[in-house]
Design a protein around this ligand. Structure first.
Ligand SMILES: Cc1cc2nc3c(=O)[nH]c(=O)nc-3n(C[C@H](O)[C@H](O)[C@H](O)COP(=O)(O)OP(=O)(O)OC[C@H]3O[C@@H](n4cnc5c(N)ncnc54)[C@H](O)[C@@H]3O)c2cc1C
Length: 492
């Protein structure tokens, strides 16, 4: 079966589902997207509340640099992304350390001059990885065709590709140690804070290759997306609709019907039934298992590491307290130097030339911090008052950390809403509200798009290469390619 003869149903209008759907629609497939919420974007959505437009989770536009995954996707679909480069990606604050993270890394090098060689190595590695990722990555390898593709790309980059092997089995910490940088607590905390927001783990556990690309984000450039992050999802959904596809909202898929290894249909919570040649599930493995009615099963080693959820605050604020900031995003590490559960926060502020984001004279602020899901669900189990107490305590902690760097922050708040792991579970359908992707601890224990069904594949940040807009778009290309190969074998 050729792509143009396929009817593909996609569960979920996150960036993973929509980018795969848009590529397939462009190639002539009939695409139907079923989305549980009434707007697209999932973790990268922008929602309306009390006259504000808040980014739900993702706030930093990345991968739009020439040749980057978002740039390539835009070119392929002929979508002009409404993006503007940010002069400073974000500001990093830890006590009295204040660093602007920008393409030149000037302030990092001034503060940590001994790190120059490390950054040179990181840049070279990242350049190679961006090149390898161009057009998708056939990893994890599934059969001789993938291996051939990987070797072809690898040879094209030789001898540089060979140098990857040196890092592939190292942790970021071991890599830092080769430069004797692991003894510098300030630099280590800086690196850990960067890694936690990108690869979801710290240098002791993060794979060095994953770390190299994650640390490249401020250097390869970040972009502000007009109208908020959700504009990307809206444009992709619009593209699918323009190419004879449909995106149906308030359609929560609750059941997969299958015969042996073939999915034959999907059922939605309002009694709808959908048949498909192929299904793409924009969800985590655990969430897929829920609608299959199976247990997720014994998970590979990587699943034993901490899967994070998020605690988020959505604040309507007087922008005055942020007036001298050179960036729209600030990463703050609290005085106690810890990094999770409100001890480090990522603050994103809508810009004053985005009038649709907030009532006049105010701004929309999204703050996020990593949260351990277990204690939130345990609190909920103990009752609403325990859960509310935890929510209030976490809110106050985040506001304390914000106030450490921005005096008077509390007084500048005019509206406030909080999202907990429980909210994230309800909102994204992800079991335990596990958002942000998987901790990137190994290149070899990663999941690909294939499932036990011959005609159902995964897309999104639970498969390689994982989280972020460029990450899920790269993964979606791989899913589309596998689907094409499966179709050409005559399966479905
Ligand atoms: C707090 C936070 C901050 C982040 N910051 C950034 C950032 O600054 N930059 C960046 O690039 N990335 C960032 N990320 C990561 C990025 O947002 C995600 O990796 C990416 O958006 C995930 O997309 P996805 O397609 O995998 O899934 P999701 O965004 O989870 O989308 C899945 C969609 O499927 C729908 N769905 C699920 N189950 C069903 C069902 N049964 N039936 C119908 N619909 C269903 C959901 O409603 C959702 O819309 C951040 C993430 C978080 C949580």
């Amino acid at each position: 079966m050729e792509v143009q003869d396929m009817h593909v149903v996609i569960i979920g209008a996150g960036i993973g589902g929509l980018s795969a759907g848009a590529i397939l629609a462009k190639r002539g497939a009939m695409v139907t997207v079923l989305e549980a919420q009434d707007y697209p974007g999932g973790c990268a959505a922008t929602f309306s509340r009390d006259g504000y437009r808040f980014d739900a989770g993702a706030t930093v536009g990345c991968g739009f640099h020439p040749g980057g995954p978002m740039d390539e996707l835009g070119k392929e679909l002929e979508i002009v992304w409404p993006v503007k480069p940010e002069p400073v990606a974000w500001e990093y604050r830890d006590g009295n350390i204040c660093l602007d993270l920008s393409t030149g890394r000037t302030e990092i090098l001034e503060r940590f001059p001994k790190t120059k060689v490390f950054w040179e190595e990181q840049s070279a590695l990242a350049r190679l990885l961006w090149k390898l990722a161009k057009g998708g990555l056939s990893w994890p390898v599934k059969g001789p065709r993938d291996l051939g593709e990987l070797i072809r790309k690898g040879f094209a980059g030789l001898p540089a590709s060979a140098s990857l092997l040196k890092y592939a089995s190292k942790t970021a910490y071991e890599w830092l140690a080769t430069h004797d940088l692991h003894h510098d607590p300030e630099f280590l905390r800086f690196i850990d804070a960067q890694l936690l927001v990108s690869v979801q783990t710290t240098s002791q556990f993060a794979n060095a290759v994953n770390a190299a690309i994650a640390l490249d984000l401020p250097a390869s450039g970040t972009w502000r997306i007009e109208g908020g992050m959700g504009s990307v999802a809206s444009l992709l959904a619009g593209f699918i609709e323009k190419h004879d596809g449909v995106v149906l909202y308030r359609q929560k898929v609750i059941r997969i019907d299958s015969v042996r290894r073939q999915v034959i249909g999907l059922e939605t919570s309002d009694g709808g039934a959908f048949a498909a040649d192929f299904v793409l599930a924009n969800m985590t493995h655990a969430s897929l298992a829920m609608i299959e009615g199976t247990e997720p099963g014994l998970e590979p080693e990587k699943e034993k590491s901490q899967l994070w959820s998020a605690f988020t605050l959505y604040l309507g604020m007087d922008p005055g307290i942020f007036s001298n900031l050179p960036a729209r995003h600030v990463q703050i590490v609290s005085r106690n130097g810890k990094l999770t559960e409100g001890d480090s926060i990522f603050v994103s502020i809508s810009s004053d030339d985005e009038p649709d984001r907030a009532p006049e004279g105010l701004c929309a602020v999204t703050i996020s911090t990593h949260a351990e899901p277990g204690r939130w669900f345990e609190a909920l189990r103990q009752g609403q008052s325990v859960y509310r107490e935890l929510k209030d305590a976490c809110t106050q902690k985040v506001l304390d950390v914000l106030s450490e760097q921005f005096t008077g922050a509390r007084d500048a708040v005019s509206t406030m809403d909080a999202g907990t792991p429980v909210t994230w579970e309800r909102y994204t359908g992800r079991v335990n509200g596990c958002v942000g992707g998987y901790p990137q601890t190994s290149l070899f224990r990663v999941r690909g798009p294939a499932t036990r069904y011959e005609n159902l594949y995964l897309v999104g940040d639970s498969i390689f290469p994982g989280q972020s807009l460029p990450g899920v778009v790269t993964g979606a290309r791989r899913t589309v390619e596998l689907l094409r190969q499966q179709g050409s074998k005559g399966i479905a």
